[in-house]
Ligand binder design. Structure first.
Ligand SMILES: Cc1cc2nc3c(=O)[nH]c(=O)nc-3n(C[C@H](O)[C@H](O)[C@H](O)COP(=O)(O)O)c2cc1C
Length: 178
């Protein structure tokens, strides 16, 4: 049995259709998918700051992009800033080991939901983290982790995508892999 088509056909484009727009319902649906991800102790330690291309906050985010992401991310219909809440209130834990892990799962849900809606996502770290953190000023314990460009892909999935083998996934830690 092959991998499910939703997984097999997902890819991260570097070109987005600059005409494509998203409705309020589209954005809500993406966050709805993100909401239902599993997390350690059901802590749900994630948050998303969203700005569509025609919203004032879009310019605010674009100014913090790196030169590389600045070439393609602004034309996506939606920019998303992802945040993890690493600190656990009412416990003596310094921080949760799983907050970033949980956020990643939530982003994976969002990404696949987008793909199911005919959209595509490119996650990225190519932005000025310090400047964006100062600008958005998330509350105590919150950390900006990544951004996501979401929109209509304006290119085909590359035919030459590569992945490590399943054998390597099982053996790398003991065989000098990676
Ligand atoms: C946490 C994270 C950070 C990433 N940062 C960048 C980035 O800064 N710039 C970029 O062009 N792509 C970035 N990517 C996209 C990856 O390069 C891409 O997912 C990977 O090459 C696999 O391609 P695929 O998603 O099409 O399968 C990032 C992806 C993730 C998950």
């Amino acid at each position: 049995m092959p991998v499910h088509p939703l997984l097999a056909t997902r890819f991260s484009p570097l070109r987005f259709d600059p005409q494509r727009t998203l409705t309020d319902d589209d954005v809500d649906l993406l966050l709805e998918a993100a909401r239902w991800a599993p997390s350690a102790g059901n802590s749900q330690p994630w948050a998303y700051f969203t700005a569509r291309r025609d919203e004032p906050d879009h310019k605010r985010l674009v100014q913090h992009l790196a030169a590389s992401s600045g070439r393609w991310a602004p034309s996506a219909a939606l920019l998303v800033v992802t945040m993890a809440h690493r600190y656990i209130e009412d416990t003596d834990w310094a921080y949760s080991d799983f907050a970033d892990y949980d956020l990643g799962q939530s982003v994976a849900h969002l990404t696949l939901q987008a793909h199911a809606m005919g959209l595509a996502c490119r996650q990225f770290r190519a932005f000025d983290l310090d400047a964006l953190t100062t600008d958005l000023a998330p509350g105590p314990g919150w950390h900006i982790i990544s951004m996501i460009a979401v929109g209509q892909a304006a290119e085909e999935r590359p035919p030459d995508r590569e992945r490590r083998t399943t054998t390597d996934l099982r053996t790398a830690p003991w065989s000098g892999g990676l």
